[in-house]
Design a protein around this ligand. Sequence first.
Ligand code: ATP
Length: 379
Amino acid sequence: MADLQLDDVTKVFTEDDGNEITAVNEVSLEIDDGEFLVLVGPSGCGKSTTLRMVAGLETVSAGRIRLGDTVVNDMKPKDRDIAMVFQSYALYPHMTVRENMSFGLEESTSMPDEEITATVDQAAEMLGIGELLDRKPDDLSGGQQQRVALGRAIVRDPEVFLLDEPLSNLDAKLRAQMRTELQRLQEDLGVSTIYVTHDQTEAMTMADKIAILNHGELQQVGTPLECYHEPANRFVAGFIGEPSMNFFDVTRDGEALVHEQFEYELSPETASAVDGHGDLVLGIRPEDVAVRSSYDEPHSYDATVDVVEPMGNENNVYLTFDGSDETFVATIDGLQHVEDGQSVVAHIPEAAIHVFDRKTGRALRNRTVDTQTMTEPQI
Ligand code: ATP
């Protein structure tokens, strides 16, 4: 049974002028015991509102939130067995680290003082902040404050952790380090977690399961690799992955997809997957576009290098088809040398293409993934 379940949860805000905003629209989610679910989406898509409803900081307009067997819609935040960590950390500035971490236990439990001290010591040890217990938040770095905020949640030993963009105030290097630490910590503690972020890298690297929201609506729930390779729609395909998937507006003509600059012949299998749809979008991930000097295979087209972004391990090569200003990107090996203005051949292999209905955005055909090579260790 799911540890935490959202059934058709909706939140409508009414503004002063009577205008209604549906921030979250019939979202259903299940978080299993010990699972790490990342709720991801662009700014304003309803992530924080969803989390705040689970915490009890926002009322639910419709639908049900269940924690274990109990519907918690009308339960006060303090009565839900949930601990939340905010983006701002929300530490009390006049209290020491120990006092910040003890406060919740002193206020809402009958735990004896010695046990509180021992619990705080143990959590501080786990987080590597044992030396800082007598300091005030102002005397701590951002990363240390972040650990204290986590410590305060951990000592409560809750059934569910809710984390709202907890790493966004940290610099890039510390963020990457904290990502790994947080994952390890969550795994050790085995507490079901919802982690909210707008950063798709955090979603991909940390999640057991990703839930993608847009305009208050759930777009897809799946493992990071499912969302990456088998996006439910064009929004998910564009949101997950950096650089983003390339999209080309195309029209079906017989056994081909016709773009202003190229014609893409389809195999009977792909053609039948898109049958009945005329206006389509062809998608291809940057790492699936090969940049070559000659036509070795079908699905190869003349292109010109617009800009090369060297990343060291790889190059992001921005290309244009001849006769067009629209750029698309290929991610190639860092040692493959190409120059701005160079004429090349771009190869778009059919096994790697995605095709979406242009009107609904629904994926009609996703790339073929050899699950064997994904799951079996390669020697
Ligand atoms: P961000 O990543 O920017 O924090 P978010 O995905 O967490 O965004 P929410 O804060 O949940 O988005 O907001 C969702 C929508 O609800 C937005 O359109 C927002 O303007 C609106 N909203 C949020 N809180 C209120 C409120 N108290 N009154 C009216 N509208 C609100």
